[in-house]
Design a protein around this ligand. Structure first.
Ligand SMILES: [Zn+2]
Length: 154
């Protein structure tokens, strides 16, 4: 089974607390762990053999990319990012999904090149530590802020 599909099923069942909004090509969800405050994912709707952006036909590719950049802009505004980081990976699950990280100076501590560098230079066990899970109240507030910014952009 695919973890991305699992999360999408939860959205459809109304049981995914991280769900923010449905767009034409995908679902916006907040990350389970929020070391990078505002970390958001954009999950492509369809699971299948299309595992690269260049597998999508051009109109679909453009729609998916356009919506992803709207989400990224909303995340940036909602959480006042200094810089957005974008990752489209998929070695774990063959299902297109974007990781959108708002970045702030000092957010990887002294890791990386004297505190500068990509998110994956921050230790995984710290990034996914249980105390980085948002509380229900924090989650509600983050969803409200992100949806408000998306309303302005859509
Ligand atoms: Zn899937």
């Amino acid at each position: 089974m695919c973890l991305v599909c699992d999360r999408i099923e939860m959205i459809k069942d109304g049981t995914n607390p991280y769900f923010v909004r449905e767009l034409d090509t995908g679902y916006v969800v907040l990350g389970d762990h929020q070391h990078f405050h505002g970390y958001t994912l954009f999950l492509y709707k369809r699971h299948g053999d299309k595992t690269e952006l260049f597998h999508l036909d051009m109109p679909e590719r453009e729609a998916f990319l356009r919506e992803m950049t709207v989400v990224a802009e909303a995340v940036s505004r909602a959480f006042h990012a200094e810089k957005m980081n974008y990752e489209l990976l998929g070695m774990g699950d063959n299902h297109l999904h974007w990781h959108l990280f708002p970045r702030f100076g000092g957010d990887i501590g002294e890791y990386g090149n004297r505190g500068r560098g990509p998110v994956w230079w921050y230790p995984m066990e710290k990034m996914y530590a249980e105390d980085n899970r948002p509380t229900d109240a924090q989650l509600a507030d983050m969803k409200l802020r992100l949806n408000a910014e998306m309303d302005k952009l859509l």
